[in-house]
Design a protein around this ligand. Sequence first.
Ligand code: ADP
Ligand code: MG
Length: 360
Amino acid sequence: MDFQQVFGKSPETQASAPGRVNLLGEHTDYNDGFVLPTTIPQSTTVQLGLSSDRQHHFYSENFNEQVSILDINHTPSGFASYIFGCIEVLQKAGYTIPSLCVYVKSSVPMGSGLSSSAALEVATLRGLRQLLNLPIDDVEIAQFAQQAEIHYAGVQCGIMDQMASSLADTEHILFLDTRTLERRVMPLPEKAEILVIDSGVPRTLASSGYNQRRAECEEAARSLGVKALRDITDAEVIEKLPEPLRRRARHVVTENNRVLEVLQGVTSERFGELMNASHASLRDDYEVSVPALDTLVELLQKTPGVFGARLTGAGFGGACVALVAADEAKSIATHILEQYKQAGYTGQILVPSWELSDAT
Ligand code: ADP
Ligand code: MG
């Protein structure tokens, strides 16, 4: 199915936005800290046209599903909530949005931590900006996208995913201060590329573990008399905290320092070392790794051509990200998956994308 077949006419415009992976700065965003995401090659494309009745009609090729919005006072559920949310946040900001036909297709893996939701929102908002000549910039697109996800899809997300999708690209990483939104777009480390492998272990305990870590960080900040752990730069002061708060705080403080070091400019080798240190900290101090992730990361770290590797996302399962020598990602990935299988696990390569590069 394409736009023509679903809606009986051609689209008026189309726009795309990529998924993202966080390279460094994990569990720092809710501590007002620093993050360092980049985008992945897979993206979401949204085609837009005017609707001839008074309703919005959304179609997802990935779900082979169409949703029509009969009552704009009632937020739809599922994928339509993200698109509807983007339209509604623009209306609330004073822009008049006509009834639309929207066709979505995506190569971003959904629900794997690569932020297909932000890709959908940013692509939708870029499409609307183009169709209606809206005077909004890329930062505002990220902010509208985050509001859509919070208020319409019901996900309490930070702004990292939307900022990465809106401001970064596959050649650039985004440094973002999640408190001030100060940011800098920097080139990817030299002669390196990104590899993302799913561990095959679902993030079952992720939401309870995540909430517990958040609460621990808030408690640590309170005991230290600061607004957020981001305000601690001297690692000495956390020594007086009781365990496990001391370990949790140590992860946040050291992780923020690792991101800030990258901001000074580092080689690919050093970037890799910082990723390795991040994994050790997430495993030992933050305690959000699981044996499968540790196995995968260890296999990656001892493979020639790999600068560094760590779990990415909240942990408790999910994916690992590695920085590897340019043009070696595919051979490294194939080799790693075999060894991972011998260790009793089944992984999956998420980035680079085989289909995408085979098609080009
Ligand atoms: P992630 O962002 O990590 O991929 P989320 O649960 O935040 O996972 O977002 C996934 C949801 O986003 C999907 O369940 C769906 O509702 C919506 N979504 C993303 N991409 C598409 C798409 N191409 N078609 C329809 N819905 C999509
Ligand atoms: Mg998401």
